[in-house]
Structure formats: structure tokens, C-alpha cells
Design a protein around this ligand. Structure first.
Ligand code: GAR
Length: 187
């Protein structure tokens, strides 16, 4: 059994979709959801699916091995960043080398880097009058959004689309591709 930890900071639609996708799978289990925001709705979504979530603060992440020890205790094999907005600390990058995947809501290398997350990405894409955006799924390294890209999917944008419209299109792509891409990557 391959055991996953999902990291999340907010609403958790990706957490829910990934968790639901693997329910009943004999080979892959979402073991735990790691939160860096105490009341992140991702925790509630996990609970509804019978999955534990644990909150860790900045100190736990960057000044201690608390997160790493939790993952070791739970015998985690892979980490999936599912709407997680902090840089992954070195101790996790070392322990889980090439075993951490992130989804980014734009076509990297465009619209990536520090501060480019969630709605900020969609606002920038719309402000620049882009006619295409999408998702990038990539391996995680010590720089924001710089690891090797494994998969991208695109969506068209019209001149009338607002950042919210774009967010909705991107969420559809995330739902369509992220869980199955994780499954394929694990194989
Ligand atoms: C998702 O769109 C994800 O691609 C993005 O945050 C959103 C989280 O939504 N991730 C990043 O911006 C990472 N840099 P969710 O909490 O509903 O899954």
C-alpha cells in the first residue's frame, strides 16, 4: 500500500477530489492531510471522508522536525501539495526526494514564483489579456514552482472572463486531471 500525505492551506477542493478518487483503491491510501492554516476548510473536507488532518505552524515547518516526524510515524511514501502555499522545507525535500508533487494554476514557467498562488495568479493572467491559461503539475524542489513539469493542460480565456471565471475553468482542469495524474505517476 502506497501512503499519501496531502498538504493544503485553504478550501481543499483538490484534497477532496484526490481523496475521493482513491477511496477503495487497494494500492493507494490518502493517510493524512497536513494543514498550515488552523481552520482551513480542507480539514473539514478530509474529516467528512474519514481522513485525519493535522495542523502545523510555521515553527513546526521551518524550525523543527515535527512535520517530518509526523510523516514518518504515519509511514508516508509520497507528498502531494494540493493547494499548499508555503515553500517545502529542506528536511522534507531531503527525506522525500523526487516524491513531492505540486499543482500550480497556470502554465509554468509563466505566472509562477513567490506570491503567485491561487487568485493572484488568475488576476495576473486576466490583467495581461492572456487568451490561454491552465494547470501545471510538477515535482517540487527548493524554489517556488521550479521543479520538473510532468503535465500541463490548457483552457481558453475570452476577453470577458474575470479572474473568478478563470478560477472556475482551472478548477475543472484540476478535477479532470490531477487525481488521475497522481495515480499514473505512482505507477
Ligand atoms: C488550486 O487552484 C491550486 O492549483 C492552487 O491553489 C488552489 C487551491 O484550491 N495552488 C497554488 O496556487 C500553488 N502555488 P483548493 O484549496 O480548493 O484545492
Amino acid at each position: 500500500m502506497t501512503r499519501l500525505a496531502l498538504f493544503a492551506s485553504g478550501n481543499g477542493t483538490n484534497v477532496q477530489q484526490i481523496a475521493e478518487y482513491f477511496i477503495g483503491n487497494p494500492n493507494v491510501k490518502v493517510e493524512i492531510v497536513i494543514l498550515n492554516k488552523k481552520n482551513a476548510f480542507a480539514g473539514e473536507r478530509a474529516a467528512r471522508l474519514g481522513i485525519d488532518s493535522v495542523y502545523f505552524n510555521r515553527n513546526d515547518f521551518y524550525q523543527s522536525d515535527n512535520v517530518l516526524n509526523c510523516l514518518i510515524e504515519r509511514r508516508i511514501d509520497y507528498i502531494i501539495l494540493a493547494g499548499f502555499l508555503w515553500l517545502v522545507p529542506d528536511n522534507l525535500l531531503t527525506h522525500f526526494e523526487s516524491k513531492i508533487l505540486n499543482i500550480h494554476p497556470a502554465l509554468l514557467p509563466a505566472y509562477g514564483g513567490k506570491g503567485m498562488y491561487g487568485h493572484y495568479v488568475h488576476e495576473a493572467v486576466v490583467a495581461n489579456g492572456e487568451r490561454i491559461s491552465g494547470i501545471s503539475i510538477h515535482l517540487v524542489n527548493k524554489e517556488y514552482d521550479k521543479g520538473r513539469i510532468l503535465f500541463q493542460a490548457t483552457c481558453p480565456l475570452s476577453a470577458e472572463d474575470t479572474p473568478d471565471d478563470l478560477a472556475a475553468k482551472v478548477h475543472l482542469l484540476e478535477k479532470a486531471y490531477f487525481p488521475s495524474l497522481i495515480a499514473a505517476w505512482l505507477r
